[in-house]
Ligand binder design. Structure first.
Ligand code: FAD
Ligand code: NAD
Length: 466
């Protein structure tokens, strides 16, 4: 007899493991199946965590090289890349093991192997020796995430033509690196290798980087990254990438038909990710996909099959770990008869470059398109005392509020700690706050957060320090 569960989650990433823990907290007998051999999904194994570790370590390396400007003499600064990579791997191991402990603590049964549907209520699990076992499930939650997309006809070898996964474990610093795509991954991984000494060139299809973010912020980010030494080739399309003895040759063409070729040691292709429904046997059980091959769900995360749900990168919406986690909690609560819910208007997006970029709610471009009248409050970190005191004053805070009601509709930040500062705006927006509510909230001095208060004051043209 195969084991029976009230809920089975396929995929142990931030969507899946969080969902499994919440289901178990709510009293359901729950299992979580993960094929990669360790929990935490893309995020912990080959995404958020290793990239943030390398972003931090490469930033420390860069800062250490410039400390003498600040009166701290430490002698020659040398890179030990293999040690740096070991530090990154240590962070990954600690966190993935931590998730395994959390599943155990919450009494979630953890199955190592690839899950697929035998029927709507029967799941096959094949381990790495191809040994199959079966479990029964009343409800199934698909949380199988996403995988990197390449360009047509181009295969990742993860050494010369790399996805983010290869870019996180290069064993030497490339002399020259071409990054195709100026989005989240291209800019974060491009920053890492640029700080470690690579000559980084970003080839981007559009006329701006970080598409979807507020244009003023994205322009400012590009200006700053250029100053840091990253080259941008905008409105360029890659025609071919060919491997040669020493790396790769890339042919590109711009919007006016001008050709530009690149020779490089490594090319990172970061043009997006695609939902991962491989091997699940969805056709057999009739689960519908949308036009982008994402699993189609209703607002309660239910697919067109009554007992089957889907969350995270494998469904529509931003491919972000915190979005997947919140969906995991909401679907668990819905299955348990509660009213789980995700507010898609307040999901922050953060790019962990230096400085960081953080965004929540509507951009100016979206408000114009929706014909919503709005006011803008802006405050530069150049006028923030903490930022000036520590010589870290690039960027600004921008708050968008409804012209009539003053309700905060969006906020866009570029600057140190932007990824932390955005949380205050998220809480404000969840409570339907006005810019005046933020402006009248006492913020500690001297902190970066005072720039948020001043931007809120500036919505009504009454900032004090500018
Ligand atoms: P995933 O994390 O992809 O997890 C799905 C899991 O399901 C995988 O472990 C996979 O092995 C498993 N699986 C797939 N098929 C099966 C099967 N048939 N049986 C069993 N298991 C299966 N997001 C952020 O919010 N912040 C960041 O800073 C950030 N940085 C990133 C950096 C990089 C380089 C990358 C690539 C992504 C980053 N992301 C970041 C995005 C984030 O990683 C994803 O949005 C998030 O991991 C999605 O969670 P998920 O649970 O939906 O899917
Ligand atoms: P992305 O969607 O962020 O950026 C892709 C970029 O590639 C875009 O600027 C797009 O215009 C460009 N592009 C597309 N096709 C192209 C082509 N043929 N030639 C040149 N440019 C092209 O995708 P990504 O950077 O691969 O990241 C995938 C997803 O992973 C992100 O959308 C995000 O959801 C997630 N992620 C998040 C974080 C974070 O939260 N800090 C970090 C990394 C990844």
């Amino acid at each position: 007899m195969s084991d029976k569960f009230q809920a089975v989650v396929i995929g142990g990433g931030p969507g899946g493991y969080v969902c499994a823990i919440r289901l178990s907290q709510l009293g359901l007998k729950t299992a979580c199946i993960e094929s990669r051999g360790s929990l935490g999904g893309t995020c912990l194994n080959v995404g958020c965590i290793p990239s943030k570790s390398l972003l931090n370590l490469s930033e420390e390396f860069h800062k250490a090289q410039h400390l003498s400007n600040k009166g701290i003499e430490i002698g020659e600064v040398k890179l030990n890349l293999s040690k740096m990579m070991k530090n990154k791997d240590k962070a990954v191991t600690i966190l993935t093991k931590g998730v395994e402990f959390l599943l155990k603590k919450n009494k979630v049964a953890y199955f190592k192997g690839a899950g697929s549907f035998k029927s709507k209520n029967e799941i096959s699990i094949k381990d790495d020796q191809n040994k199959e076992s079966l479990i029964q499930a009343e409800k199934v939650i698909i949380a199988t995430g996403s995988v990197p997309v390449s360009l047509p006809g181009i295969k990742f070898d993860e050494k010369i033509i790399v996805s983010s996964t290869g870019a996180l474990k290069l064993d030497q610093v490339p002399k020259k690196m071409v990054v195709v795509g100026g989005g989240y991954i291209g800019l974060e991984m491009g920053s890492v290798w640029s700080r470690l000494g690579a000559d980084v060139h970003v080839v981007e299809f559009l006329d701006h980087i970080t598409p979807g973010m507020d244009k003023e912020i994205s322009n400012e980010l590009m200006k700053i990254l250029k100053k840091q030494g990253i080259d941008f080739h905008m409105q360029h399309k890659v025609e071919t990438i060919k491997k040669n003895n020493s790396g790769a040759s890339i042919k590109t063409i711009d919007k006016d038909g001008n050709k530009k070729d690149f020779e490089c040691d490594v090319v990172l292709i970061s043009v997006g990710r695609q939902p991962n429904t491989n091997g699940l046997n969805l056709k057999k059980i009739g689960v519908e996909l949308d036009e982008k091959k994402r699993i189609k769900t209703d607002k309660n995360f239910k697919t067109n099959q009554d007992n089957i749900y889907a969350i995270g990168d494998v469904i529509a919406g931003p491919m972000l770990a915190h979005k997947a986690e919140d969906e995991g909690i909401a679907v668990a609560e819905n299955i348990a008869g509660q009213s789980g819910h995700v507010n898609y208007d307040t999901i922050p997006g953060v790019v962990y470059t230096t400085p960081e970029v953080a965004s929540i709610g509507k951009t100016e471009e979206q408000l114009k398109e929706l014909n919503i009248k709005y006011k803008v409050g802006k405050f530069s970190f150049m006028a923030n005392s903490r930022a000036k005191a520590i010589d870290d004053a690039e960027g600004f805070v921008k708050i968008l509020a409804d012209e009539k009601t003053d309700k905060v509709l969006g906020a866009h930040l570029i600057g140190s700690h932007a990824g932390e500062l955005i949380a205050e705006i998220g809480v404000a927006m969840e409570f339907g706050a006005s810019s005046e509510d933020i402006a009248r909230t006492c913020h500690a001095h001297p902190t970066f957060s005072e720039a948020v208060k001043e931007a809120a004051l500036s919505v009504d043209k009454r900032a004090i320090h500018s």
